[in-house]
Write a protein of this length. Structure first.
Length: 334
C-alpha cells in the first residue's frame, strides 16, 4: 500500500466516522484500523471524487497547487480538498454556476442533517470564501458568491492552562514510562500533537536538550527545547523499549511503528479520564505558553518556539487573567 493511498483512505474514513461516532472513541477506532490493515493492499480507484462539471476537478487541482506553493501544510490541503469536494458533490454544479443560495443551503444542510457546530460551519464558510476569492482573483469568475453569505456567529471557548498543581498531579498519575514521557515532552516543548508524533531520535540533541522540528505547521523547520524533567522521562521510556525504531514515540506492540497523531491524543485522553480533568495535547501546549509568558519569556521568543507566523496568534495561547494584570500593575506602580 502506498503512503499517499493510505493517507487518503484514512482521511476519508475519519471524516465519515466523525458523523456517527463519539469523538472520544475515534483514536481507539483508528488505532485498531491501523493495526488491522497492516499487510493489506490499498489502492486508489479511478472513480471521480468530484463531479466533472465545467472543469471542477481541474480548477480544484489548480487551487490546491497554488495553496501548496504558498506554503500550506499537507494537513491544511487535505482539509481544503475534503470540504470543497463535499461541497461540489452535494451541489452538483460547476464552479461558475454557484450562487449565494447554494452556499446557504449547503450550510443549512450541515446544521440540520450533520448537526455541525457553528464554529465548524463558519470554517466551511471561510474555506468556500477563500476558494471563490481565488477564482475571482485569477479571472475564472466575475463575482464571489460567498461574499454576501453572513458570518456564522459562535462563542469562542475561553482557553485555560493547567495550574502548576494540576500539571504535577497529571505527571504523578501517569502509569507507564511512555505516558510520562509524552506529558513531559509536550509540556516542556510546546509542540503540537502532530509535531510530537513526527519527532525522530535522530532529530534530538541530548547535549543541548533540543529538537529539530522538520515538519511544523506550513512545513517550516524550527528548533525547540525540553527541560531536565522531560529528559529523564524520555530516557526512562527509551530504556524500557527493546526496538530500534528511530521514532521517539512508538506503539507498545510489534511492529513498533511510529505513533500517529491520533494515538498521541488518545494517550492524553486516557490520562485525562484517570485524573478526571479536562486535558488534551493542545492544553499542554497552551500551558507551556502561559507558563513561559508568566516567567518573563519575551513574546518574540515564545512565538518562535511555538512556530507562529504572527504574534497575535501567540497572545491567544498565552492566557493572562486578572491576577496577572494586578501583579504587573503592583510591580510597576506600588
Amino acid at each position: 500500500m502506498t503512503a499517499n493511498s493510505y493517507e487518503r483512505f484514512r482521511t476519508i474514513l475519519i471524516m465519515n466516522l466523525c458523523q456517527v461516532l463519539d469523538s472520544d472513541l475515534m483514536p481507539d477506532v483508528m488505532e485498531a484500523v491501523d493495526i488491522s490493515l497492516q499487510g493489506f493492499e490499498i489502492t486508489d480507484s479511478q472513480t471521480a471524487i468530484i463531479p466533472a462539471v465545467q472543469g471542477n476537478a481541474d480548477i480544484l487541482k489548480a487551487y490546491l497547487a497554488s495553496k501548496s506553493v504558498a506554503g500550506a501544510s499537507a494537513g491544511t490541503l487535505k482539509q481544503y480538498k475534503y470540504k470543497l469536494v463535499d461541497f461540489f458533490r452535494r451541489t452538483g454544479k460547476g464552479f461558475a454556476e454557484i450562487n449565494a443560495f447554494d452556499i446557504r443551503m449547503y450550510l443549512a444542510y450541515f446544521k440540520t442533517e450533520r448537526k455541525a457546530s457553528n464554529s465548524y460551519m463558519d470554517q466551511i464558510r471561510l474555506t468556500l470564501n477563500t476558494f471563490f476569492t481565488w477564482l475571482v482573483d485569477n479571472d475564472y469568475i466575475a463575482k464571489n458568491p460567498c461574499r454576501t453569505v453572513e458570518k456564522i456567529r459562535y462563542q469562542q471557548k475561553k482557553r485555560t492552562a493547567l495550574t502548576p498543581i494540576q500539571l504535577e498531579t497529571v505527571r504523578l498519575n501517569t502509569e507507564t514510562p511512555r505516558e510520562k514521557a509524552v506529558v513531559d515532552f509536550l509540556f516542556s516543548t510546546g509542540l503540537r500533537a502532530s509535531e510530537c508524533a513526527d519527532v525522530r531520535l535522530s532529530d534530538i540533541n541530548w547535549h543541548e536538550r533540543s529538537v529539530l522540528v522538520r515538519h511544523g505547521k506550513g512545513d517550516k523547520e524550527r528548533t525547540v527545547f525540553f527541560n531536565a524533567e522531560a529528559e529523564v522521562s524520555m530516557k526512562n521510556y527509551l530504556d524500557s523499549r527493546s526496538d530500534s525504531t528511530d521514532s521517539l514515540f512508538v506503539r507498545s506492540r510489534m511492529p513498533y511503528s511510529q505513533l500517529s497523531t491520533a494515538a498521541i491524543e488518545n494517550i492524553i485522553k486516557k490520562i485525562a479520564r484517570r485524573n478526571a480533568i479536562e486535558l488534551f495535547p493542545h492544553k499542554l501546549r497552551h500551558t507551556f505558553a502561559t507558563h513561559s509568558i508568566r516567567s518573563g519569556m519575551p513574546l518574540e521568543v515564545l512565538q518562535m518556539l511555538l512556530g507562529h507566523a504572527k504574534p497575535e496568534t501567540t497572545l491567544i495561547y498565552a492566557h493572562m487573567d486578572t491576577s496577572d494584570a494586578q501583579h504587573e500593575h503592583q510591580r510597576i506602580y506600588a
